[in-house]
Design a protein around this ligand. Structure first.
Ligand code: MSP
Length: 640
């Protein structure tokens, strides 16, 4: 069953450039990337959009605090987002920036259209404004009479001349839309919240600001140059300007979007304001607006100001990008919050990925090599195993609906049921016994069945784990593409004859946490004028870095990464230090070399061994190097 149209338009939110990406951002992007890859796989002409949201007071201030020119600052942070997505192989078709010229023209065009329609009027606004959320709140919405209900920061009373959008006019049409289109907003619980909010009554929306300049000016025609467009109108319009709304270009054929994937914190803007703007522009509404939950650390939303962010690059580098993608999508049901933990990630790698998926491939490689010199034929699969094939195909047919309902955790769960059929078939039919009793044909049928089940899973896994899937596919002698999707999934076919190639195990077991946890400290409320990454010299000298000499080294039992060093810091006794450097240094080559040691670090236990300091090192894509003095220095000297 297809609930798809010929074209697919999939979007992420555009990211604010006042912060670097954390796993919350990576989550939204990876979900959208998986859906886009799925759409391409099933043969749809797909347009996948992401980008950065660069206007508004918040960004202007972030640049000012850092003493930076606003444009240069936004160029830098936007570039960092783009570089990360490129590094992650995110398959976007366009990376939009709200500072792009054609975007600005598109925003002005929309403003003018709505104005001419009579949906925009000028008045004065008095309200409680939260700079951080770029949002106004009524007195009753405030927490403790002054704080923003969304982010908790203090709001300020703003009185300014403003243009208003007649949001109230669209209340009934919005309610009708929610009622008629069951899946307009997903999940259902979130849709109920939106409907309840609209039912309370909508007030017209202030859509221009005069208190700052960093934004899109309203159309010249209105002869009111001090007004810039409210960032949310500016930002939401990216979904249209990215497909050439300003010149009504060919890509407008992608409209309406199939799905806008957003976090729950920005659902109101997408499920209320955005459709109302579109109604005003006489454009069709998106098919789905899908709101996911938050990734938390110890129950708190991740954010830089809370000092509890997890860097997605670090996680992907340590555990593998595809494993990380799998974890993000499998761990948390869409719409719910999830707490990030390395333990949970390791559990999924060692369990589902290594045991169920990786081992299955290893067994296929092993059996096909041992019994059939890697040359497989599916000739008798139907004869002996039609029931297993039917069962698997039935599961695979049910997957599409799950994708467009954003039930990606269920999608993966179902795929693993097919792997279970494969794994159980080996146990049940024992190909080695068949070989022993001379039933070579039956053994071939069994191994070919299992390889075909894995091939089908591999095709469907490609949107979530593209790299792993392409490795498995090439080991099974085929390629994942819309053609093989069509044959193996849509037409329930199997691979004809195929040659298996041996490859190294895909999911070596992870024995210990690979990232050193940064202590989660609540950030002190900071003074607005101070850049958040600047410390005083006194603060720096609180860290005592000393020169030490390694006098003895040994391996830490059962650890692939750790070495135990005895380091002389010129104190009474040498320090015992556990360091994660074994992959880069042999224990013996360190003896009698100098290192820099953080000497006043609170001792910690690593793999049950007390560690009394930290060795300084630097790591990049080329590996790890210890930081050492250029020439020999007296042991115990302080680094300054
Ligand atoms: N610029 C606006 C979006 C405009 S779209 C027209 C914005 N940007 S954001 O950078 O603050 O957030 C972008 C997305 O990241 C949102 O969907 C948000 O929900 C998501 N996340 C930010 N922190 C998050 C977590 N801790 N967990 C999961 N996702 C969260 O809002």
């Amino acid at each position: 069953m297809r609930n798809l149209c010929e074209k697919a338009y999939i979007t992420t939110p555009i990211y604010y450039v006042n912060d670097v990406a954390h796993i919350g951002h990576a989550y939204t992007t990876i979900i959208a990337d998986s859906v886009a890859r799925y759409s391409r796989l099933v043969g749809l002409e797909t347009f996948f959009l992401t980008g950065t949201d660069e206007h508004g007071q918040k960004i202007e201030e972030a640049a000012k605090i850092r003493g930076r020119n606003t444009k240069e600052y936004t160029d830098e942070i936007s570039g960092k987002f783009k570089a990360l997505w490129d590094e992650f192989g995110i398959s976007y078709d366009k990376f939009i920036r709200t500072t792009d010229e054609d975007h600005k023209i598109g925003v002005q065009k929309a403003f003018e259209t709505m104005y001419e329609k009579g949906d925009i009027y000028k008045d004065e606004y008095v309200g409680n404004y939260c700079i951080s959320c770029e949002s106004f709140f009524t007195d009753t919405q405030l927490v403790d009479n002054v704080c923003c209900p969304d982010c908790g920061k203090e709001t300020s009373v703003v009185r300014e001349e403003s243009y208003f959008f007649k949001l109230s006019k669209y209340e009934d049409r919005l309610l009708k839309w929610y009622e008629e289109k069951e899946k307009s907003v997903i999940p259902k619980g979130k849709k109920n919240e939106v409907e309840a909010f609209v039912k309370q009554g909508l007030r017209d929306l202030s859509i221009t600001r005069t208190s700052f300049e960093w934004g899109v000016k309203i159309p010249e025609k209105l002869e009111d140059p001090k007004h810039v467009v409210y960032v949310w109108l500016d930002a939401l319009m990216n979904y249209l300007t990215a497909i050439d709304f300003e010149k009504n270009g060919e890509n407008m054929q992608f409209w309406p979007a199939n799905v806008h994937i957003v976090g729950k914190d920005i659902l109101r803007f997408h499920a209320i304001y955005w459709p109302a703007f579109l109604m005003s522009l006489d454009l069709p509404l998106p098919k789905h607006i899908a709101a996911h939950g938050w990734w938390t650390r110890n129950g708190e939303k991740m954010s830089k100001s809370k000092g509890n962010v997890v860097d997605p690059r670090e996680v992907a580098n340590a555990y593998g990008l595809d494993n990380f993608r799998y974890f993000l999508l499998r761990e948390v049901p869409f719409g719910q919050d999830g707490d990030f933990s390395q333990r949970a990630l390791i559990g999924r790698i060692n369990g589902e990925l290594s045991n169920d998926l990786g081992n299955l491939l290893n067994r296929i490689i092993g059996m096909s090599g041992k019994y059939f010199d890697f040359q497989m034929s599916s000739k008798d699969v139907s004869k002996f195993h039609q029931a297993e094939l039917d069962k698997a195909d039935k599961i695979l047919e049910s997957l599409e609906e799950l994708v467009y309902n954003m039930q990606l955790h269920r999608y993966l769960e179902e795929l693993w049921k097919v792997l279970a059929i494969a794994n159980q078939s080996i146990t049940k039919y024992e190909p080695w016994a068949k070989m022993k009793s001379g039933d070579e044909g039956e053994a071939m049928a069994l191994v070919a069945l299992v390889a075909n089940l894995l091939a089908k899973v591999t095709v469907m896994l490609a949107p979530v784990m593209p790299e792993v899937s392409s490795k498995i596919a090439s080991s099974l002698g085929f390629e994942v593409n819309p053609k093989t999707y069509n044959e193996l999934i849509d037409e329930n076919k199997i691979l004809d004859s195929f040659k298996i190639t041996k490859i190294a195990p895909l999911f070596p077991k992870v024995e210990e946490e690979l990232l050193v946890e940064k202590k989660v400290v609540k950030a002190e409320p900071k003074k607005e004028e101070e850049p958040d990454n600047i410390i005083t010299i006194d603060k720096f000298f609180e860290t005592k870095i000393k020169i030490g000499r390694v006098i003895e080294t040994s391996e830490v039992p059962k650890s692939k990464k750790l070495l135990l060093l005895q380091v002389d810091l010129g104190e009474e006794k040498p320090r015992q230090i556990v360091a994660g450097i074994k992959e880069f240094y042999k224990a013996e080559e360190l003896v009698d070399t100098q290192v820099c040691v953080v000497a006043n670090l609170k001792p910690a236990k690593i793999m049950k061994i007390k560690s009394e300091g930290m060795i300084l090192a630097v790591r990049d894509e080329n590996g790890l190097s210890l930081i050492r003095p250029e020439t020999k220095k007296t042991v115990g000297s302080l680094v300054s």
